[in-house]
Design a protein around this ligand. Structure first.
Ligand code: ZN
Length: 553
C-alpha cells in the first residue's frame, strides 16, 4: 500500500512512496524515557574551588586533594605547605617561637591531625567532632581559616605536680639578631586541657583544676596551722605543726608550774605540821564516818554543797520528796527552816508544782481513786478491811480562780452538778465547810483521803448521796470491804444514821448499822467518834454553869 506522507525537506506537503504517515497521528501508549537535562554552564574560576555538592565528598582521592591543595594560594595568609611521603603538612609559624603555632597533617585517607605549639589536639576535641576529622567534609582552606580563629587556652597559673608544663622555646637566631630578648613561654595545663577554645578563656578542664587546687591549698594551709597531735610521727609532720604544738605545750607547762608554786606557797604559809599519830587519827575518823553516814545523808550533803555552788537551782528528786513530807507536816516549820538559810531548800511554789501532780477537785476524782487502787493492790486478806470516817471541817470562805481550768473555786460543790441542784437551795453560795471522806485500814496502816466536798452546813441527805457513792467506789472499784463508818455526833450525822432505820431491822429502836447495799451479806456499823463525844460532854457540863460553880466551891 502506498501511503502519502509529508516531505519536510521541501517544505511542501506531498505524498511519498512507501513512507509511514507521522503527522497528526495519536501518541504511543508507552512514553519513551527522556534524555537527562543538560548541565548549566558556568564560568570556571581558577582560584575558587569547585562548589561542593550536597552529600558528595569534597575530595575524592588523596591525589586529587594534593593537586588542588598545591594550587591554593594560602601562603599569603602565612601557611607553609609541604608534601612528604604521601602526607601533606600545613604549618603556621609564630615568630619568634621555634614551634609552629598551628600544624595540620593530612594523610592518604584524607584524615587530618592538628598540633598547637608542638602539642597534639586532644582526640575528643570539638574541632575534630564537627568535621568528623576528615577532609571529605570540608575544604582545606576552610579548615585552616577555622583553625586560625581558635585561641589558645591560657592554662592554670599555678605550678603544681599534677599539671603538665607546656614549654614553647624561641628560635636561637632571633635572640642573636634582635635587640630585645624574648623569653620563651611557659604554660601549666591540666592533663585534659583542650588547648584550643573559641573565646580565648581558660578551658573547662583547666577551670575545674584551678578550683580543685585552690581547695586543696586551703586544706593544706589549715592543716599546717593546726598544732600537731602529741603522738604524731615527727618525720611526717610539717615543721609548723610541730612548732605550734610545742608552743601549746610550753603554755600548759607554765600554767601547771604556776599552780604548783601557788600550792607550795600556800602549804608553806598556812600549813600546820601534824605528827603521825594525829594524821592516822584523822584518817580513821574520815574512814569511820564514811561507813556511818547513811546513803540519804550522804546524798543530802552532796546536794547541799552542789546547790550552794550552783547559780540556778535544780533539786534531786529525793530532796523534793523529803521537803514535801516536811512541808506537809508543818508548813510554818518548813518555812522557818528555809528562811534561816541554814539549808538550801526548794520554795513553796516549787513544792506546790510537785504536790499537785493530781489536780485537786471536789467530788470523787478518778486520778485519786486510781492512786488508792494502786496502794490497795499491795494489801492482802484482812488487811483490806477499812473504816470510812466522815467529818466536816471549817474552811475560810473565799473564791479562788483556777487559771488552768478557768474555774472559780470556793462555791458549794458535791462534785456533780445534778446532785448540787438537788441538794442545795442556792448553788452559787460560798462554801464554809469541807466535808472530807477519809479511809483508815483496820489491820493495815492505810490512810487515805478519798474525797472532799464544798458545803455550807451539811445536811443528812447531802451525806446520804455522797456516802453511798463512796461505798460503791470502795467496794466495787477498789475491792476494799467497808466494815464501819465513824463520825462525830452532829445532828446531820445522827439524822443520816436514822435514815437507815428500815435497812437495819425493826427490832432495834436505835439505828446502829445498815445492810451494805453493795455487799448484802455484810453490815456497815455506825460509830460515833469517842473523843468527840467526850469533848461534847465536857462542853455541855461547862456551859451548864451550875456544875462548874459546884466544883469550884
Ligand atoms: Zn586548658
Amino acid at each position: 500500500m502506498h501511503v502519502l506522507s509529508f516531505i519536510p525537506e521541501t517544505g511542501r506537503k506531498a505524498l511519498k512512496f512507501g513512507a509511514v504517515p507521522l503527522l497528526n497521528l495519536p501518541a504511543t501508549s508507552h512514553d519513551q524515557s527522556r534524555a537527562p537535562e543538560r548541565r548549566h554552564l558556568n564560568i570556571v574560576q581558577t582560584n575558587v574551588e569547585a562548589t561542593r555538592l550536597e552529600g558528595m565528598p569534597v575530595y575524592k582521592t588523596f591525589s586529587e586533594f594534593k593537586t588542588r591543595a598545591e594550587k591554593l594560594k594560602i601562603c599569603n595568609k602565612g601557611w607553609i605547605t609541604k608534601s612528604i611521603d604521601c602526607k601533606m603538612y600545613f604549618t603556621f609559624l609564630h615568630k619568634p617561637f621555634a614551634l609552629p603555632q598551628f600544624e595540620v597533617i593530612v594523610d592518604e585517607s584524607l584524615g587530618f591531625v592538628c598540633g598547637i605549639y608542638g602539642l597534639p589536639l586532644p582526640d575528643d576535641h570539638e574541632f575534630y567532632k564537627i568535621h568528623k576529622r576528615s577532609l571529605r567534609n570540608i575544604t582545606i582552606s576552610e579548615l585552616l581559616d577555622e583553625l586560625l580563629n581558635q585561641k589558645l587556652c591560657p592554662g592554670v597559673s599555678v605550678k603544681s605536680e599534677e599539671a603538665i608544663c607546656h614549654f614553647i622555646p624561641c628560635e636561637l637566631e632571633f635572640n642573636e639578631t634582635s635587640d630585645h630578648v624574648v623569653e620563651p613561654k611557659h604554660y601549666y595545663r591540666s592533663k585534659e586541657c583542650t588547648l584550643l577554645t573559641s573565646t580565648g578563656e581558660t578551658c573547662a578542664c583547666c577551670e575545674s583544676f584551678i578550683k580543685k587546687h585552690s581547695k586543696a591549698q586551703t586544706f593544706k594551709q589549715h592543716k599546717i596551722n593546726t598544732p600537731a597531735h602529741l603522738n604524731a610521727p615527727l618525720s611526717q609532720t610539717h615543721p609548723n605543726c610541730v612548732k605550734l604544738a610545742l608552743q601549746q605545750e610550753r603554755l600548759r607547762t607554765a600554767e601547771l608550774q604556776k599552780k604548783i608554786n601557788k600550792m607550795e606557797n600556800e602549804i608553806k604559809v598556812a600549813g600546820v605540821e601534824i605528827d603521825d599519830e594525829l594524821c592516822s587519827g584523822l584518817f580513821a575518823i574520815m574512814a569511820d564516818n564514811e561507813q556511818k553516814v547513811s546513803p540519804f545523808m550522804k546524798l543530802f550533803w552532796e546536794q547541799q554543797t552542789k546547790l550552794f555552788k550552783m547559780g540556778h537551782k535544780r533539786y534531786h528528786p529525793m530532796i523534793i520528796r523529803f521537803c514535801l513530807s516536811l512541808a506537809s507536816k508543818s508548813p510554818s516549820a518548813y518555812n522557818e527552816l528555809r528562811n534561816s538559810n541554814i539549808l538550801t531548800l526548794p520554795g513553796c511554789r516549787t513544792l506546790r508544782n510537785y504536790k499537785n501532780a493530781i489536780k485537786p477537785k471536789a467530788g470523787f476524782n478518778p486520778a485519786v481513786i486510781a492512786e488508792l487502787c494502786e496502794t490497795a493492790s499491795r494489801l492482802k486478806g484482812a488487811q483490806r478491811y477499812v473504816v470510812l470516817s466522815i467529818d466536816e471541817v471549817k474552811i475560810q470562805e473565799n473564791l479562788v480562780y483556777d487559771k488552768h481550768a478557768g474555774h472559780l473555786i470556793g462555791f458549794v460543790d458535791l462534785g456533780d452538778a445534778e446532785i448540787d441542784y438537788a441538794c442545795f437551795n442556792e448553788v452559787k453560795q460560798l462554801a464554809s465547810h469541807a466535808l472530807v471522806y477519809y479511809i483508815r485500814g483496820l489491820a493495815s496502816d492505810l490512810k487515805f483521803s478519798l474525797a472532799y466536798f464544798g458545803t455550807k452546813g451539811v445536811t443528812s441527805y447531802q451525806i446520804m448521796t455522797t456516802f453511798w457513792e463512796a461505798i460503791a467506789i470502795l467496794e466495787l472499784t477498789c475491792q476494799l470491804p467497808v466494815i464501819a463508818t465513824v463520825s462525830d455526833g452532829a445532828s446531820s450525822n445522827r439524822k443520816f444514821y436514822r435514815m437507815h432505820q428500815l435497812l437495819a431491822g425493826k427490832e432495834n429502836d436505835v439505828t446502829h448499822r445498815t445492810v451494805n447495799l453493795f455487799a448484802p451479806e455484810r453490815y456497815i456499823w455506825f460509830f460515833a467518834d469517842a473523843p468527840h463525844l467526850m469533848k461534847t460532854a465536857r462542853n455541855c457540863i461547862s456551859h451548864s454553869g451550875m456544875v462548874v460553880a459546884k466544883i469550884s466551891t
